[in-house]
Design a binder for this molecule. Structure first.
Ligand SMILES: Nc1ncnc2c1ncn2[C@@H]1O[C@H](COP(=O)(O)OP(=O)(O)O)[C@@H](O)[C@H]1O
Ligand SMILES: [Mg+2]
Ligand SMILES: [Zn+2]
Length: 254
């Protein structure tokens, strides 16, 4: 029996995507559901769901203090790093094989925040991102060695290898065992060979990294990532707390 084609969504004919010029876009009918799924899979910390480039505040970075290496003020450095992060998103949307970012800086300088600004910008464009906090992720892998655990090491590793954009947050100074070093190498090597960009946040400079992760991994990262830096004189968390307390005092009656 011949059936007339009827669609829930005449705009995309239920395919979920519509052509707009040269690029295919998610249709509104599918967008909300897909974005919800993508956000859940991405695994960003809940506190970072609101991290956006618009909220990345440059006033935390001193216009007086200077970075010894580059001679730039902290403010200039942060402006450059912010621009590099925005450029990463723009570049990625044009061609997913862009260079990644290697974000260094002390604790509370906005590294995780900025990486999450990138993640949210991509998620809002319907792109897949995977956010992993390195120490937690290594713990999860170790937990798979427990026979009771349903998730396998292979599944966790494959997810990190194959994510279109991977954020490795907090690649810090841990006790890297031979096993961990090999694990990280195999992931980064795979990603570089497949031109999949990685964003790394860490307090170890790219120059010092080989001390912890060895030559092999470090040279892979040198090749695959643009190094960016954020410097602050005071942890931004502390600054924000002080501002909050000050506001509370000013608003208090009497
Ligand atoms: N440039 C910024 N503008 C606004 N808030 C920021 C900025 N950088 C960091 N924060 C806030 O400060 C806190 C610490 O930042 P975070 O990115 O976690 O630091 P890091 O990863 O460098 O240790 C977070 O709660 C974040 O929301
Ligand atoms: Mg961090
Ligand atoms: Zn539709």
């Amino acid at each position: 029996m011949a059936q007339e084609a009827t669609y829930h969504c005449p705009l995309c004919q239920d395919r979920g995507i519509v052509a707009s010029g040269e690029v295919a876009r998610l249709c509104g009918c599918r967008r909300e559901r897909v974005l919800f799924q993508l956000r859940r899979q991405a695994g960003l910390p809940p506190a970072m769901h609101g991290a956006t480039f618009e909220r990345f505040d440059l006033r935390y970075y001193s216009r007086a203090r200077r970075d010894h290496d580059s001679g730039l003020t902290y403010y200039e450095l942060a402006s450059r790093t912010l621009a590099a992060a925005r450029e990463f998103v723009r570049g990625y949307l044009k061609d997913p094989h862009v260079d990644g970012l290697y974000l260094t800086g002390p604790v509370g300088s906005g590294k995780t925040f900025l990486a999450c600004c990138v993640a949210n910008a991509l998620l809002n464009e319907g792109r897949e991102v995977l956010f992993l906090t390195v120490p937690d992720w290594l713990d999860r892998i170790r937990a798979t060695f427990d026979a009771q655990n349903q998730t396998t090491e292979q599944e966790l590793t494959d997810a990190a290898r194959e994510a279109p954009v991977l954020i490795l947050d907090d690649l810090g100074v841990h006790n890297y065992t031979e096993w961990t070093i090999n694990k990280l190498y195999s992931i980064l090597n795979y990603r570089l060979n497949h031109l999949l960009p990685t964003i790394i946040t860490t307090n170890i400079s790219l120059e010092d990294l080989s001390e912890y992760l060895g030559e092999r991994t470090t040279s892979r990262l040198f090749a695959a990532c643009r190094a960016c830096r954020l410097l602050v004189d005071v942890d931004i968390r502390i600054r924000q707390r002080q501002e909050k307390e000050l506001r509370a005092r000013q608003e208090a009656p009497g």
